[in-house]
Ligand binder design. Structure first.
Ligand code: NDP
Length: 434
């Protein structure tokens, strides 16, 4: 905390992991002696840079760009780029740190990183977004590469932004390579990447529910957010027989007792790029409420928080449990505060922690990298089948690590441990650089 003042999100993420690693440290004193626990919380490299761009009126703006290259013990750095006004070093360090364990859990050879900028793409024209992305990549290109660091999308960075960034990378380097993932299907993208985080979340939760004799079938489901993760989690939930009754954006939430019509949501969010409150114009039986935190007071069996960090606090968690919610799967990164997690675990809620439950996106990004290296592409069904088997594997790894280290039924601790073991072993084998 002294070394990293003013980084509350990073402290929260690091503390949560380190606490659960205590039994691992006891069994592996050689890792303690080799400083693994001190080294793993220090990013290998942090890059901060200026991103100047010009708006449609000719006014110059300056944003700050970041790339946190956290850990490359088991593969090149991999993690998304977040474009949101709240972005700062603390948020990107927490995300980069979580990414290290998540990427390890996928079983694929990828290290952890994260990047972004405090630029807000909301309300900007395509031209403004393009000029920002080009300026961002004009600095970032020298720090990344297909065998060094392979960024991807995250909040505010979708297909459009990845396209502009990729175009600029290729222009500067004269090199058509898989340096970014989330690419368009005509220029190296993978089928099923867009769907992967939301689908993967449902595959993971399906497995966790099955272990307790439950399923999505006929369950009432609340999902926060209405972006990439939320939309595809909603689609897969419906396919698995669940009914999604609420979705949100950062202003408020919609509730439709008949079940949300996801085609309407996609039209509003993906095509028209408007706010979620538009939904009630198309479905008068639905209601809209200002304030996104209220969504956790909607009665449900399963909650899939898929918007942003710390969106469920202790009070919201208590409201969910009081209303009979028996399972929570984290689509977003760190959406539950430590107090909320305590409420879930104390009340026997089936809890799928982010670094395990939302790993489907990065896993499929690694599959995109594999296809790019082979200069080949797999069918949707092939990628989806691989994704499903990876998510089942992650559930099993987290669940058995929890059992082995005395945390029976605690997938949170299990995921931390399973993710850590592989990275720690690799760091130990690779020695300490003086
Ligand atoms: P999108 O930008 O597509 O969507 C984000 C959604 O969350 C929007 O509905 C947005 O509302 C809402 N939101 C964003 N910030 C806030 C906030 N501060 N308070 C309330 N609502 C907010 O992002 P993604 O769907 O890609 O990402 C969502 C979460 O999932 C993030 O935590 C991300 O890190 C995580 N994640 C994403 C992966 C991916 O593959 N995309 C992979 C793994 C994790 P609004 O439109 O009003 O901003």
């Amino acid at each position: 905390i002294k070394r990293n003042p003013d980084e509350p999100e990073f402290h929260q993420a690091a503390l949560e992991v380190l606490e659960s690693l205590e039994p691992v440290a006891e069994r592996n004193p050689h890792w303690v002696r080799a400083g693994i626990f001190d080294r793993i919380v220090e990013p290998e490299r942090q890059i901060f840079f200026r991103v100047p761009w010009v708006d449609d009126q000719g006014t110059v703006h300056v944003n700050r760009g970041f790339r946190i290259q956290f850990n490359s013990a088991i593969g090149p750095y991999k993690g998304g780029i977040r474009l949101h006004p709240s972005v700062n070093a603390s948020i990107l360090k927490f995300l980069g740190f979580e990414q290290v364990f998540k990427n390890s859990l996928t079983g694929l050879p990828i290290g952890g990183g994260k990047g972004g900028s405090d630029f807000d793409p909301k309300g900007k024209s395509d031209g403004e977004v393009m000029r920002f992305c080009q300026s961002f990549m004009t600095e970032l290109y020298r720090h990344i590469g297909e065998n060094t660091d392979i960024p991807a999308g995250d909040i505010g960075t979708g297909a459009r932004e990845i396209g502009f960034m990729y175009g600029q990378y290729k222009r500067i380097k004269n090199n058509f390579t898989g340096v970014l993932t989330g690419k368009g299907l005509t220029w190296g993208g993978s089928l099923a990447r867009t769907e992967a985080t939301g689908y993967g979340l449902c595959y993971f939760m399906e497995e966790a529910l099955r272990a307790k004799g439950k399923s999505f079938k006929d369950a009432t489901v609340v999902i926060s957010g209405s972006g990439n993760v939320a939309v595809y989690a909603a689609i897969k939930t419906s396919e698995l027989g669940g009914k999604v009754v609420a979705l949100s954006d950062s202003n408020g939430y919609i509730y439709d007792p008949q079940g949300i019509n996801i085609d309407t949501v996609r039209k509003i969010k993906e095509v028209e790029r408007k706010r979620i409150n538009e939904y009630v114009k198309y479905h008068p039986g639905a209601s809209y409420t200002e304030g996104c935190a209220g969504i956790w007071t909607v009665k449900c069996d399963i909650a899939l928080p898929s918007a942003t960090q710390n969106e469920i606090d202790e009070e919201s968690a208590t409201a969910l449990v009081s209303n009979g919610c028996y399972a929570v799967g984290e689509g977003a990164n760190m959406p539950s505060t430590p107090g909320a997690i305590r409420v879930f675990l104390k009340n026997g809620v089936i809890f799928g922690p982010a670094k395990a439950a939302n790993a489907g996106g990065v896993a499929t990004s690694a599959l995109e990298m594999a296809q790019n290296s082979m200069r080949y592409s797999w069918s949707f069904e092939e990628v989806d089948a691989k994704l499903k088997s990876i998510m089942v594997g992650i559930y099993k790894a987290a669940s058995s690590a929890a059992d082995e280290y005395g945390y029976q039924g605690n997938l949170c601790a299990g995921a931390n441990i399973a993710g850590f073991l592989k990275v720690a072993d690799a760091m130990y084998s690779q020695g300490i650089a003086y």
